[in-house]
Design a protein around this ligand. Sequence first.
Ligand code: HEM
Length: 156
Amino acid sequence: MKNIPTLFEWAGDMTTFETLFDKFYDKVLKDDLLQELFQNLSPEHRKHVAHFVAEVFGGDKLYTNLDNGSHSKMIGKHIGKMLTEEKRKRWMALLIETADEVGLKSDPEFRSAFIGYLEWGTRIAVINSQLTQNPMQQEEPMPNWGWGETKGPYLP
Ligand code: HEM
């Protein structure tokens, strides 16, 4: 395959990501374990997370350019939150459930990369949430996530 699409292109467009996180945070706000953590956040929170993940997957840089975010700012949001493994697992479970419900691409290659990123990102969030100061420099670049070992999209 000559032009390998980014994970963002393979998944769809910005609406794909915004819909995924919109439905996800609807669930989070009804969840016994996670509700408290998220109940006072602004309505923009879900859009920011959608933009962040879309940008990491190779989409337009809306988190950086529209939301005035950066990798360091995102890391900073988790500092001191004292997230637990139980909460991380619930966050993952609800997002994967939502992905199926909204019909996010479900081919093995895409889901492998998607889950790989979520495992990485959520575990880092838990680690950083135990800290009292942000360890990341402001100028650190955003992460880029690709297809990984599967090397590309599913080809029938
Ligand atoms: C891949 C994993 C994750 C990504 C990409 C991510 C992304 C983000 C981003 C971009 C923000 C900032 C939103 C804004 O600017 O409004 C944020 C904030 C937040 N995240 Fe995460 N997050 C992840 C995992 C988690 C997990 C596992 C939890 C909890 C179980 C969590 C809890 C929070 C909370 C509570 C905030 C808001 C903090 C505040 O503004 O007071 N995150 N996250």
